[in-house]
Design a protein around this ligand. Structure first.
Ligand code: NI
Length: 135
């Protein structure tokens, strides 16, 4: 029987959605307010879910302390209170949409979580807008 365990976290970050291949007009058309040249912030809410069999020795699917520490090191310390476009290597050339942020977080965490476990990332950019990524 597989069980899903999840941990919530949050970070505040600024971004600008922009495709340098396009004209300013097309960028404004496609990305709207998120194309604002001087950036804007979001309170990102993150849910990291790990699914797998319970380890009979520990009774855990995954140690929550490990999950907490991984999220702190690879997400909060990397992105909290940052300008994603200017302050992070990940989004220097990658458009920091919720989709791409979730994908970057998934890749970062996947490297540190046992391969027998499934990893799902849910990222809320606003209370109403969220993306889910299951690898
Ligand atoms: Ni935005």
């Amino acid at each position: 029987m597989k069980i899903t365990v999840s941990r919530k976290a949050h970070f505040n970050a600024a971004h600008r959605l922009h495709n340098p291949e396009w004209s300013d007009e097309k960028n404004r058309e496609v990305f709207g307010k998120c194309n604002n040249p001087n950036f804007h912030g979001h309170n990102y809410q993150l849910i990291v879910s790990v699914r797998g069999e319970v380890d009979p020795e520990t009774g855990y699917v995954v140690d929550m302390k490990l999950l907490k520490d991984l999220i702190k090191e690879h997400v909060e310390d990397a992105f909290d209170h940052k300008n994603l476009n200017l302050d992070t290597a990940e989004f220097a050339k990658l458009n920091p949409t919720a989709e791409n942020i979730a994908s970057v977080i998934w890749t970062k965490l996947r490297a540190h979580i046992d391969g027998s476990l499934d990893l799902k990332i849910t990222l809320y950019e606003t209370e109403r807008n969220f993306v889910e990524l299951e690898g």
